[in-house]
Ligand binder design. Structure first.
Ligand code: UD1
Length: 418
């Protein structure tokens, strides 16, 4: 089994390029299915989730070529609109292909992606939206069968600004004659990126980044070349790592405007942040100060994908913190592992109460989900002694070679295969 071994106690210093956003790449890869010409995507990050999405495209008959960081998708030879459960369960974002396949074939049979490590993750908002567009949706034998022969534009009010549902519905409507409106849409930067990508292929999507998105259907999309945005969650993870370990780190490519809610918190924790163009510099040489109450919410609020890392920061900060997880129901699985490392945390329902301790100590811990495993890495970087993290496949879903990146900053971290 692969493990990460960390000897804590090193300050971080140096420069890193922030790799492309997983949460942009996944819907963009799905959106490639809408087109019949070659698409060139840049800064391909090789996360295991994006690799699984490439596998899905290949299973549908698409061709994928990778040359360094350039990924070429040729969806002209697509012959299938069915995704089997073995593939669908590998990456939850397989659900994005529903909207794209409906746009391309008017039909889609996709195995239900199922729950995941952070809670039930229903897809009712996606399906209610499809039904509003006139799609016949049937759920049986673990599959979602969609038939879009009678599809028509509509105004869809989402019950909750779900990122995935907003993206699925945009993709389903780009080829639909007439105007579709999505109200109470999610406003995450990755949705703006999807809009920019679709428009680069000739679609007409407006309003992403606000809560009303208008899609005017076009007949055909064309191939294009596109560079997805940098990963704000990875940038946020390294910002928090520097706040915890101390040091001086420059992150290239990261957009501070995508991280406003995090930067506001970190500014209060005895850490200095400087922003210049697409560069964020983080400097810290004192024990972090607890920032009090933190609540995750939809963008532009504090991202749920940074909750675990912020909780790790709170464990060694001076003072007490209260962290409220408002987005996902079951997202504190990292807490028992952090407690093994000496953290003082109590969880009640969706709230974690943290009393900062001066030192964490190394322990043998296990990753439970993607961001939770990142929080264990951060805890290991500051802990006294050695930390051994198992189940690191979780972190590989959304960070490419985290041990190499952190070693560049001076951390003592290695990957070993037992
Ligand atoms: C996306 C991100 C994920 C991030 C999340 C919230 C990708 C690939 N993943 O996930 O990293 O943590 O946004 O910012 O972009 N919900 C329903 N019914 C639905 C859909 C969602 O009840 O049909 C609920 C979910 O259970 C959850 C909340 O809505 O409680 C937010 O989910 P959503 O915004 O859809 O997240 P994802 O798109 O799955």
């Amino acid at each position: 089994m692969t493990k990460l071994i960390i000897q804590g106690g090193r300050k971080l210093s140096g420069e890193l390029e922030v790799t492309a956003a997983k949460n942009s790449y996944l819907p963009i890869l799905a959106a490639c299915l809408l087109c019949e010409e070659k698409i060139e995507l840049h800064n391909y990050p090789y996360y295991s989730d994006t690799e699984s999405m490439c596998e899905i495209i290949t299973s549908l008959g698409g061709r994928i070529e990778k040359e360094g960081s350039v990924l070429t998708v040729d969806p002209s030879s697509l012959f299938s609109w069915k995704i089997e459960s073995e593939l669908a369960s590998k990456v939850r974002s397989s659900i994005f292909t529903l909207g794209a396949l409906l746009g391309r074939f008017k039909r889609a049979h996709v195995a239900y992606p199922g729950g995941c490590e952070i809670g039930a993750r229903p897809i009712d908002i996606h399906l209610a939206g499809f039904r509003k567009l006139g799609v016949r949706v049937e759920e049986k034998h673990g599959y979602i069968y969609c038939n879009a022969e009678k599809m028509h534009p509509a105004s869809i009010m989402l019950d909750f600004p779900s990122v995935g549902a907003t993206e699925s519905l945009i993709m389903a409507s780009v080829n639909l004659e007439g105007q579709t409106r999505i109200l109470n849409a999610a406003r995450e930067p990755e949705i703006v990126d999807l809009q920019d990508f679709l428009n680069a292929m000739g679609a007409d999507v407006r309003g992403a980044g606000s809560s009303e998105i208008i899609i005017s259907g076009v007949k055909k999309l064309r191939g294009c070349s596109f560079t997805p945005i940098a990963d704000r969650i990875i940038a946020g993870t390294y910002i928090i790592a520097t706040a915890m370990c101390g040091g001086d780190v420059l992150l290239n490519g990261a957009k501070a405007e995508h991280l406003r809610a995090l930067i506001d918190k970190i500014d209060k924790s005895a850490c200095m942040i400087e922003v210049k163009n697409d560069k964020i510099r983080v400097k810290s040489d004192a024990r972090p100060i607890a920032v009090g109450k933190m609540e995750t919410s939809v963008y532009p609020g504090l991202p749920t994908d940074l909750q675990a890392q912020l909780l790790a920061l709170a464990t060694i900060s001076e003072g007490s913190s209260m962290i409220v997880e408002n987005v996902f129901e079951s997202r504190f699985k990292h807490v028992p592992e952090l407690i093994k490392m000496g953290a003082d945390v109590h969880v009640k329902d969706r709230v974690a109460f943290v009393r900062g301790v001066k030192h964490l100590y190394g322990a043998s811990v296990s990753g439970m989900d993607l961001r939770g495993t990142a929080s264990l890495v951060l805890a290991g970087l500051v802990a006294d002694g050695y930390t051994m993290i198992s189940n690191v496949h979780h972190i590989d879903r959304g960070y490419k070679n985290i041990e190499i990146e952190l070693s560049k900053l001076g951390a003592d971290i290695k990957r070993i295969d037992d």
